[in-house]
Ligand binder design. Structure first.
Ligand code: MN
Length: 235
């Protein structure tokens, strides 16, 4: 059977739980079976999710409740939902212990970082120094907006190379990386654009949206493919 990829619900509105279609399609095109994992509050169910799936995809979404990384809200912090935050952080921590592959995109990378004890600039205006506009205004989400440089000797470098252009839809950025995480890509303004865990076979977080670049970018297809391949080889 093809590897089962749990796509963790990232959107809640009214009485609905959802994920965006581009994530589902990117998993499918990469040879995985996409399974949407909804928010639940039972620890037992979290461990069932973890046994069920071979890899886990954390998607983009709203901001994380600042109290969860030890801060009170500052100007520029966006909408939050602590129930969703706690579900995703608990699930992330348990998944990381199993060494099953994790791919965390945008908010997903912030969740990854906070789950490991890292912190976030609640708005990029709080990040020291001058910064680019990381909330691009282009018509299509598949368009690229800024360059990144990938760290030599990182896992990510083996998958996507040393320099490339990516899209950018975030107003928050990583401040202190969490325990065991290393920075594996930065934008030209020094903004952290990707994190990985050297002790883990595949736990990569990216700040951009590779799922939206999937059709246009061979590098993003390679990245998803590696994720699904790692999931296929999960013991
Ligand atoms: Mn960016």
């Amino acid at each position: 059977m093809e590897p089962k990829i749990g796509i963790i619900v990232c959107g809640l509105s009214d009485d609905r739980q959802f994920v965006t279609n581009t994530y589902v399609q990117a998993v499918r095109y990469s040879g995985g079976i996409p399974l949407i994992l909804p928010l639940v509050r039972s620890d037992h169910m979290l461990s069932q999710y973890i046994s069920l799936c071979d890899g886990f995809l954390f998607c983009g979404g709203n901001d994380i409740t600042p109290l969860l990384f030890g801060q009170e809200p500052k100007n520029g912090n966006g909408k939050t939902n602590i129930t969703l935050d706690l579900f995703q952080i608990r699930l992330m921590r348990q998944i990381l212990k199993t060494k099953k592959p994790v791919f965390a995109i945008c908010r997903g990378m912030q969740v990854y970082n906070v789950a490991c004890g890292g912190t976030i600039y609640q708005d990029i205006s709080q990040q020291p120094g001058k910064h680019l506009d990381h909330m691009q205004q282009s018509y299509a989400r598949s368009e690229v907006s800024h360059r990144i440089s990938v760290t030599p000797d990182s896992q990510l470098r083996a998958y996507i190379g040393r320099h490339l252009f990516v899209n950018s839809y975030h107003h928050q950025t990583i401040d202190a990386p969490g325990k065991g995480l290393s920075v594996c890509a930065r934008a030209s303004d020094n903004t952290i654009e990707a994190l990985e865990m050297p002790s883990h076979p595949f736990a990569i977080g990216v700040q951009w949206h590779p799922e939206c670049m999937y059709r246009k970018s061979a590098e993003m297809r390679a990245l998803f493919k590696e994720f699904v391949l790692h999931a296929a080889h999960t013991p």
